[in-house]
Ligand binder design. Structure first.
Ligand code: HEM
Length: 237
């Protein structure tokens, strides 16, 4: 589903499995996300946006069971020709990279200047059961296709988007110490709808700066919710 549009995805999602993000307040960082939880793998990805999105930055949070080999996200739904991010834990440290792929065969590190992924709130982000990788993504809404043919754009100012997830449930990357390691194919993948309009938060700037400065996250004023409820509907494998 390379050129899927938000509208057809919405219609398709409604007809097929209607996987969508939900509100999630992460009590560790204080950040309010629109989060999708993949039922089969237990991996979730949340996105948080500024109150008035400039269209160029967001905070993402990828959370996975500790047994996960690697997990990744497509910022535009499909795998091919879209900006991807991957993360896993090696020796108690996050290994993360932006990637791209021009086919369904592999995903190489994205090297064109522009998109930058900066880890936030890494302290205490790995425990005995899960890891949770939080990052600021700057200019991750626009990227060049490897052969330079055209640029894809995700409109972060719109109310709806489509993202995708690939998860290797147990097999590690081939060289886990190397963030750019070649990967085995995911054991599970899916696309889902993102309620971007509900991802906007007045606290975005404050929390972003707290994360960048390595400061402890402010205590959220609203009551915290539990772990995001797993989406009950079927996921594509
Ligand atoms: C060696 C690496 C990889 C291989 C061989 C691979 C292969 C494939 C194939 C064959 C499909 C079609 C559906 C299926 O047969 O399962 C697919 C779908 C998908 N892949 Fe990958 N993949 C790789 C890495 C990645 C990575 C790193 C990501 C994300 C970070 C990713 C995200 C997705 C998503 C979201 C889909 C579903 C949407 C679509 O069909 O485009 N894949 N992949």
């Amino acid at each position: 589903m390379k050129f899927i549009t938000a509208l057809s995805a919405l219609a398709g999602a409604a007809a097929v499995n209607a996987q969508m993000t939900e509100d999630y307040l992460d009590t560790r960082t204080g950040i309010k996300f629109q989060t999708f939880t993949h039922e089969r793998t237990g991996v979730s990805f949340g996105i948080s946006l500024p109150e008035n999105p400039t269209g160029t930055e967001f905070i993402g949070q990828l959370t996975a069971p500790i047994t996960t080999g690697w997990a990744g996200v497509s910022f535009n739904g499909g795998m091919v020709n879209n900006l991807l991010m991957t993360a896993w834990v090696h020796n108690n440290e996050f290994k993360h990279a932006l990637r791209i792929s021009d086919s369904y065969t592999s995903a190489v590190v994205y090297t064109t200047p522009g998109p930058v992924m900066t880890p936030l709130f890494t302290e205490g982000a790995i425990n005995a059961t899960h890891w949770s990788f939080t990052f600021l993504c700057t200019n991750c809404n626009e990227w060049e296709i490897q052969d330079g043919e055209y640029t894809n754009i995700v409109d972060l100012a719109s109310d709806f988007g489509v993202m995708g997830m690939g998860v290797s449930e147990s097999e590690l990357p081939r060289s886990p110490a190397d963030a750019g390691s070649s990967l085995n194919k995911h054991s599970s993948s899916t696309q889902y709808g993102v309620l971007l309009g509900n991802a906007r938060s007045a606290d975005f700037e404050e929390l972003k700066m707290a994360g960048l400065n390595g400061a402890a996250a402010p205590v959220p004023s609203a009551p915290s919710s539990a772990v995001p409820a797993a989406n009950k509907r079927r996921s594509r494998r």
